[in-house]
Write a protein that binds this ligand. Sequence first.
Ligand code: MG
Ligand code: ZN
Length: 556
Amino acid sequence: MSNKTILALAVAAVLLGGCSEDTVEVIKEVEVIKEVPPVVVTQVKNVILMIGDGMGAQQVGLLEEYARRAPNSIYNSMGNQTALSKFANAGLMGLSLNAPHGDSGSLVVDSACSATQLATGVAAGSEMIGLDINGNIVETILEMAKAKGKATGLVSDTRITHATPAAFAAHQPHRSLETSIAEQLIESGNVDVLLSGGARVFLPSDIKTDLADQALMKDLGMPTTSFGKSKRKDDRNLILEAKADHGYDLAFTKQQLAALDSNKILGLFANSGMADGISYTACSKDNSCVEPSLRDMTVKALDVLSQDPDGFFLMIEGGQIDWAGHSNDAGTMLHELIKFDQAVQAVYDWVKDREDTLVIVTADHETGSFGLSYSRKNLPEGKFLDGDGMQGREYKPNFNFGPLATLDKLYAQSGTFYNMMSAVDSNWDFNGTTGQEWADVINQYSAIKVTAEQAEQIPQREVNEYQVPGHKYLNASEFPKIVDFKEFYVYGDELHGNLIGRTLAADQNVVWGTGTHTAAPVPVYAFGPMGVIKQFSTMQHHVDLANKMIAALIEP
Ligand code: MG
Ligand code: ZN
């Protein structure tokens, strides 16, 4: 009850009652209440920011449809409720615009710019890490938290040096400078817990051949299978440096991470990106996973960071939702969304009875212009309904609005489009491959089947009319042939994956509009004290969202 309401009631009591003694009593009570301002909590001890990279409203919709309505949904045993929807029920929701802001002059955001804006509350430019629009270094919420004596952590299922985690603790003119990002992450002293993939930018250039280096790493517990090709151009071994010079304890496997008792951890579980959602689902079934899951890393980070009496800041990224979106791979994207949701569940379990923590779950942008859609293929059969409004007329919609069983078929996909491409040719040399070869491989991995004729578009190539010499992707003279919106398909040979997506799309009731990102506002889930989360229930921009988080965590 607000003070104004109480005052109004008091006045009403005076008017109605008219008894002088009672009136004095009520007025005294009003005066006492007026002197005590309402207590609104505006600060929190901890902030947990979860970013589903590429997880726009359409992606959330796919997860929710699967969880609630797929006939054989794995959520059937969990009340058909996602962890995301638990946060929606327990907290508040909003939307957030995410374009490069202010003077950047661009409409569409990439993950580096978006994460920088989320980390700093300052407008940033495309593909920059931790810099403002003029290229100046900007303090991030993670660095502010560390300066306040709080513990800090970054968790991602991509690489720890990938754009999203990097933007919270590194400052570089371009996201591709991952070797320098790795140096900044361990040298800054700002991040207590670093859990992800990306060993290739920490290991010395000759790790594949230098037996002495390999012996050193084996002594530190690194499995020999992890010695992939290094991306470094020098002999620095940042993993050794992290341990010897910066006090990090190391983990390279799920078991090592679980066993580690330390408040400063560098966990590198893959040479490049960590396991995709489909392969993680597969190894979970027989407990054979070597890498920790996003959920395992989340649980460990919470265990470690919550021991700091000053509180903590933790960013957790489900980074491969975006990767599946880029390759227009709906089955893999569903598994990535489930993988992320399992980490969200771990955060929900940890936080649900607390009042000292703000949780924000959001995305940096939408990827793929994805949607479930209705079509003119596979029209439904007519049938007669009992309803008294049917007037004897058959129930027969004009179009295919998408059967629910499609959701189970998407989940049943047993390999990513990249797995399929590698099965067709391990060197990704698709010259001369046939529709039959592609159809055979797709049908081996996908519950939705295609014909050789349908698959004939996949090996098609054409001259790259947008060739740019020296460009990482556009240098190629030939590109896979995308028929429509081809300018939005930019990643060279990887686009054969997008062509698999095009081949399956009609029978998945799925459409894709781009191989890059769209500028749609993304969902925001906010959980915590009402005085803190109320402000997130609006249409905001990520720059504002960041400033609200910073204000709540860092007392002025
Ligand atoms: Mg990312
Ligand atoms: Zn992306």
